[in-house]
Ligand binder design. Structure first.
Ligand code: LLP
Length: 423
């Protein structure tokens, strides 16, 4: 592979006009690099399916909440799915419209509800009956009515990693399907709530359409029962979760997937209701790489290690989910053979690995690109081992913009205090 920045568009790797070596020299490593063209392309694939339909895309900010990323989607006309007041503040700072925000999450604090009501968010995706009561109280105290949608747990198997499967009975998410009708009746009686929608999200990195259709059928059955009770559902939020190709997964094409869901809603006679999509990963995952440098090669009796300057604190997915990310040398060596390495970071944990058993022809000092790192990469990063978080760059045509500075060590403990007895 030549020294270009590659990002997936239309499921195909495209070279950007900026070289990763130049970026590493300019901004240092570890470095997250995003492609504006890839973000735009992925959004366009959803937008195409929504064209002429009563449907909208609400980008799930948790996948990558860098202001520049949110700004690109805001400009393209996206709404947003958020899970905290912090994400709402980011959306607003990036020029997003709070009235096009859905607020998800199982544990919304009263202050977060208040902030979201002040900003007049489109809808609260409520996940439990106690949350209904709290939201009703908060809205009442402000003399407002909160628009709500209940997140229903349809009890379908999304066939994905258990940590990112959310639509099964036994997950902490959503209102149990059997309880949903009663919860809706309760919501419709609460004076400071206005029932407007229904929501479900069955998991993440889903590579088949069938679990979505199963969930949708159960949701639509419920909508029909609610209709019969005169509880009007204006929008159906089908959640996010569409998977991407990390290695050999074959998820459906975005436009085909979204079209299939919209067609299904229409076929069942619900085409008049608005459909919301909440994609995260499928919009940003393959629009980013994590650039890292090999520090040392450490041959061993049973394993060889390539120790790099990125670690589990920069990209937690391998350590957390045993997730696979492609790891590719930025410049191909002309001579020498490949050796099989575990690619690991400097953090003091055996779980600190980024890739296992990778055949690489590398030397200390070489740059590696860790692929598909645009989603749940930077947003899940931490300061473990007092490691400053990486810088982030967005490539727009042949210009690279620094969209987040590398943290400084001093900033990491700026809010800490010695005890007075320490002098
Ligand atoms: N909507 C809701 C309510 C969600 O909980 C999520 C993700 C999304 C939308 C967006 O899902 P996506 O389209 O990105 O799959 N950290 C894990 C993924 C956790 C997903 C959490 N919820 C990972 O790195 O794989």
């Amino acid at each position: 592979m030549t020294d270009a920045f590659f990002a997936y568009r239309d499921g195909v790797l495209h070279a950007e006009s900026v070289s990763l070596s130049t970026l590493a020299a300019r901004f240092g490593t570890p470095l997250y690099v995003y492609s504006k063209a890839a973000l735009t392309q992925a959004y366009g694939a959803y937008a195409k399916a929504c064209e002429g339909r009563n449907a909208a895309v609400h980008y799930a900010a948790k996948a990558n909440s860098n202001l520049a990323v949110l700004g690109v989607f805001a400009k393209l006309g996206a709404g947003f799915d958020i899970v905290s007041a912090g994400e709402l503040a980011r959306v607003i700072a990036a020029g997003g419209d709070p009235r096009r925000v859905v607020f998800s999450g199982v544990g919304k604090h009263a202050d977060e509800m208040r902030f979201a009501l002040e900003k007049d968010v489109f809808c609260f995706n409520v996940e439990s009956r106690p949350e209904l009561a709290r939201l009703n109280d908060v809205a009442g105290s402000m003399g407002r009515r909160a628009r709500v949608s209940l997140r229903v747990n349809p009890d379908v198997d999304a066939k994905t990693h258990p940590y990112i499967s959310t639509g099964l009975r036994g997950n902490k998410f959503g209102v149990a399907y059997e309880e949903a009708l009663a919860a809706y009746r309760e919501a419709s009686q609460l004076p400071h709530l206005e029932v407007v929608g229904i929501d479900c999200h069955i998991g993440s990195q889903i590579t088949e359409v069938s679990p979505y259709l199963d969930a949708l059928d159960k949701v639509l059955d419920l909508v029909e029962r609610l209709d019969a009770e005169n509880i009007k559902i204006h929008h159906i939020d089908v959640g996010g979760g569409l998977g991407i190709t990390y290695t050999d997964e074959t998820p459906p094409d975005i436009t085909a997937f979204a079209t299939q869901l919209l067609d299904h809603v229409a076929r069942r006679g619900h085409g008049h209701r608005q459909v919301l999509f909440e994609p995260g990963r499928s919009l940003v995952g393959n629009a980013g790489v994590l650039l890292t440098q090999v520090e040392f090669l450490k041959p061993g009796e049973t394993k060889n290690f390539a120790i790099v300057d990125a670690a589990m604190n920069d990209l937690a997915r391998p350590a957390m989910y045993e997730a696979y990310h492609g790891i590719v040398p930025v410049t191909q060596r002309d001579s020498g053979d490949s050796t099989v390495y575990d690619v690991v970071g400097p953090v003091c944990e055996s779980g600190d690995w980024l890739g296992r058993d990778r055949a690489l022809n590398v030397e200390a000092g070489d740059l590696l690109a860790i692929h598909s790192a645009g989603a749940y990469g930077f947003t899940m990063s931490s300061n473990y081992n007092t490691r400053p978080r990486a810088a982030e760059v967005m490539v727009d045509g042949d210009v690279a913009h620094l969209v987040r500075e590398r943290e400084t060590v001093e900033s990491l403990f700026a809010g800490e205090r010695l005890l007075p007895t320490n002098g």
